[in-house]
Write a protein that binds this ligand. Sequence first.
Ligand code: AR6
Length: 175
Amino acid sequence: MKKTIQNIEIEVSKGDIANQPDFEAVVNAANAKLAIGGGVAGAIHRAAGPELYEACKPLAPIAPGEAVITGAYNLPNDYVIHCLGPVYGRDKPEDKLLENCYKNALKRAEEKEVKSVAFPAISTGAFGYPIKEATKISFNTILAEIPKIKHLQKLKFVLFSEADLEIYKAMLSEV
Ligand code: AR6
């Protein structure tokens, strides 16, 4: 499902964040050390190859809400934007920290004049953020940032399950 909002195409779809060949940048739901992990981070590092972790090492550690950008190596993209989401119930205030992830990811993308970026649902896996609350934050943050965007033309939320996709679809149809 797609919708164009103020000249930016926003899409929600089910898929694997490590297989988004039509996007210049993909976002990683990273850990603080920017190391190979499970979930999104595991999929991205496995597909990108060991050079990605080598590129990450000098940029680590990062704090919740921060985002850094690297090349994408064997991934079919130019860049990986690594965000550390908040651990739900531990990193406070989690809503603000999750908002910072999306804001900072967009900032890193704009700095490189990226035209298309794909996001996973940051913090909603191992970090336990309830998907509905996280979905609202991701949409509200991106919609609030749109007026500042100069280069980005296409943004996609890549969801891993049908249930998560339905939540994102409902949110996109409301905006
Ligand atoms: N493509 C798209 N979405 C995915 C994929 C994939 N390949 N794999 C999982 N998801 P998570 P977090 C969904 O745990 O909560 C890691 O171990 C998943 O269903 O990847 O921010 C890191 O090393 C969920 O909805 O990220 C960190 O330690 C969402 O992506 C920690 O987990 C995020 O799940 C980060 O936890």
